[in-house]
Each structure stands twice: as structure tokens, then as C-alpha cells.
Design a protein around this ligand. Structure first.
Ligand code: HEC
Length: 343
């Protein structure tokens, strides 16, 4: 659906716009093919890091040299934004599919190396069901700090107070071309996959995802609740109830079909506002869900109006699916775009 929009607009002229944006967002001059020397070994420290398997790697030689990469900084005990970021990147990895570990590589570097040992990183990786081509790295605190600064993901004074203040942006780049871009992990995963899979490969690779116009659903009004759900929740949840065809992607959180009807309203409102606190307090239902899903639902700092809009959307979407299932064929379910369906 959205990807057909992308295919249309992700042509060369668009590159110019991105280039300008990047030049502003990364400190210093960026981009252009000959920038490889500027953004080469002299710029990036070749510090030693350890991956989730306990293997030693060098940042320049082993992690980024001659590769198209996505780099971000996380810590495994984060209850706020990092799990959402990891989930979103997992969607991007899912779209890139076979290319992960072949010509696109992801690296998540811990900013809490004291606690995030290789084993803890390996467990975190497993919990999220992360596959090939995506390593988790740890190392010396000062080396990691240096990398954050070099990648433009650290601002002294703002991001050195607590771990949760850290810059959650993601840097994607092609080291050989000297082309580096800062992106938000909350961008549409198809946009990120396109940038990694196509733009950073100098458009050489054939896009893996090319939807047909005739498959695109008709335009319809999107409520604020649906918008929020798409932006903040679809990396981990679907609303489906077995009623629509889903992509072959393992879901991180439960299917939210019928959740508004089946849960107590007060419980649901509080859960959306402060799931971390409820888990800490050992709320029985929250604890049981965590046991089943292993990943803890992050606190997304939702306001009361956000929560009301989201609940309304989850309720309406459930009823819509029920109604559709009641009277039409599977084809109708497939043409709807809210269930993360992108072939
Ligand atoms: C990083 C993944 C992630 C994100 C993002 C996320 N959730 Fe969750 N959510 C979970 C997991 C996992 C659970 C199961 C409980 C647990 O393990 O903490 C859950 C549980 C829930 C539940 C309770 C389900 C039940 O059966 O009672 C609701 C409701 C919910 N999430 C709604 C949302 C909404 C709405 C958003 C977006 C604003 C959202 N979640 C974003 C992972 C996520």
C-alpha cells in the first residue's frame, strides 16, 4: 500500500532532498561518492568490540568497512523506547529478508556495557527472535562513547545524564561510498528498507518489494487513533483475530483483536499508560502476558487523549473485522491495510 507510494516517489530526484536533510542532520560535510576518504578509517575509530557470541570485532575493519549498515545504540534494560526501536528494526529486517547478512547489516551497540554482557545481548536478541545479519555489540564504555560522538548520536550535556536520555536515532550508511544518513527508527519500515536496500546501494539492486497499483486499497479517512496505532504499535501488534491474511512475520506482542471487549477498561487504560509500572508491581494479568511473550511492553508515554483514541481504534477495528468476516469473502479482508499487510 504505502510502498507503492514509495516506489513512485523514491526515484533519483528524491535523493537530492534526502542528501540535503542529511547534510544538516549529521555534523560536518556529508555524502558524495568521493567522501569515502573523509568518512574512512581516519574518521571512524577502529575500536575493539565484542558481539553477542563473545567474538571480538573491530568497529571499522569488521563492522562497517565496505558494507551497507544500520547502526543504533540501545540497552537491554530499557523499558521505554528501545524495545519499540528494536521491534521496528526487526520489521525492516523482515522486509529486507534474504539480503540481511548478505549486503545489508544491522548492528545494535549497547550503551550500558557494564550490564550488557554478550550473554545478556544474546538473550535479548533471542527474545526478539532476531535472525541473520544483525549483531549486538558491547565494548569499553569510553570506546562506545567515542562511537556515539563520531556517529553524531551523542550531544554532550543532554545525553549524558541517564541512559534513557540517549539518542535513539539510527545511522544508516554505505562506508565505501561515504554516504551516511541519520534516520528515525519510527519511520515507515518500508522507507527504511528502501533506503538500505536500494538508495545506499546506488540503486543497483532490484527492489525486493514492489507492490502493484491494483493491490492498493482505496483511500479512506484515517482516524487519529489508527494513525497512532500504525506509528507506535504495529511493530509489535496486529489486530486480526484470524480474520485477515498476515505477512509471514513473527509477532512480538499479542494480537489485539477483541482486547477492548475482553479486558476491564480501567486495566486497559492503565496498561497503556504505564505497563512498566504494572509489570513491576506484578499485576497478575500483565505478568502472565509477559511470561508468554517474554518481551515487556514499553512505556510509550501516551497521554490520556492518546489512550482514548487508541482504545477507540482497537474497538472499531475489531468490530469492522467482525462485520466483514460475517458477510464477505476473504478477498475483502486482504484489501485492508491496517493489519500490517504488505504481501
Ligand atoms: C516493543 C513491542 C511493543 C510495542 C511497540 C507495543 N506493545 Fe503492546 N504489548 C507488547 C507485549 C510483548 C505485550 C504482552 C505483555 C508483555 O509481555 O509485557 C503487549 C501487551 C499489550 C496489550 C495487552 C494485551 C492483552 O491481551 O491484554 C495491549 C492492549 C497492548 N499491548 C497495546 C499496545 C498499543 C495500543 C501499543 C501502541 C501504542 C503497543 N501495545 C505497543 C509489546 C509491544
Amino acid at each position: 500500500m504505502f510502498s507503492s507510494f514509495l516506489n513512485k516517489y523514491f526515484q533519483r530526484p528524491f535523493l537530492l532532498i534526502i542528501t540535503i536533510t542529511l547534510g544538516l542532520s549529521l555534523s560536518g560535510p556529508v555524502l558524495s561518492g568521493s567522501a569515502a576518504e573523509v568518512w574512512g578509517k581516519n574518521y571512524f575509530p577502529n575500536v575493539e568490540l565484542t558481539n553477542h557470541l563473545g567474538e571480538k570485532v573491530r568497529f571499522f575493519d569488521d563492522v562497517i568497512k565496505d558494507k551497507v549498515v544500520a547502526l543504533n545504540f540501545i540497552y537491554t534494560s530499557c523499558t521505554e523506547v528501545c524495545p519499540t526501536e528494536t521491534a521496528r528494526m526487526k520489521n525492516v529486517a523482515g522486509i529486507l529478508g534474504e539480503r540481511m547478512g548478505k549486503d545489508v547489516f544491522f548492528y545494535s551497540i549497547s550503551i550500558d556495557p557494564k550490564n550488557d554482557t554478550p550473554k545478556i545481548l544474546n538473550d535479548y536478541r533471542k527474545k526478539f527472535g532476531i535472525g541473520q545479519g544483525w549483531e549486538f555489540l558491547t565494548g569499553k564504555e569510553e570506546d562506545i562513547l567515542l562511537l556515539r560522538k563520531k556517529l553524531g548520536l551523542y550531544i554532550t550535556g543532554i545525553q549524558d545524564r541517564t541512559l534513557s536520555d540517549h539518542n535513539i536515532n539510527l545511522v544508516i550508511g554505505n562506508q565505501a561510498l561515504g554516504r551516511w544518513v541519520k534516520r528515525s527508527p519510527f519511520e515507515n519500515p518500508y522507507v527504511l528498507a528502501n533506503q538500505l536496500g536500494s538508495w545506499l546501494h546506488n540503486w543497483k539492486q532490484v527492489r525486493t518489494q514492489r507492490n502493484k497499483y491494483e493491490d492498493a486499497p482505496g483511500l479512506r479517512q484515517i482516524s487519529s487513533g489508527e494513525m497512532k496505532f500504525r506509528n507506535m504499535c504495529t511493530s509489535c501488534h496486529v489486530i486480526n483475530g484470524g480474520l485477515a491474511k498476515l505477512p509471514n512475520m513473527q509477532q512480538i506482542g499479542p494480537d489485539l483483536f477483541n482486547v477492548v471487549q475482553s479486558r476491564d477498561r480501567k486495566w486497559l487504560e492503565r496498561w497503556l499508560a504505564e505497563p512498566d509500572k504494572m509489570l513491576k508491581e506484578k499485576d497478575p494479568l500483565a505478568t502472565a502476558l509477559l511470561k508468554q511473550y517474554k518481551v515487556a511492553m514499553p512505556n510509550l508515554s501516551l497521554s490520556a487523549p492518546d489512550i482514548a483514541a487508541l482504545i477507540q481504534y482497537m474497538d472499531e477495528e475489531t468490530k469492522r473485522l467482525q462485520k466483514v468476516a460475517g458477510k464477505t469473502t476473504a478477498h475483502t479482508h486482504e484489501s485492508h491495510g491496517t493489519t500490517n499487510k504488505h504481501n
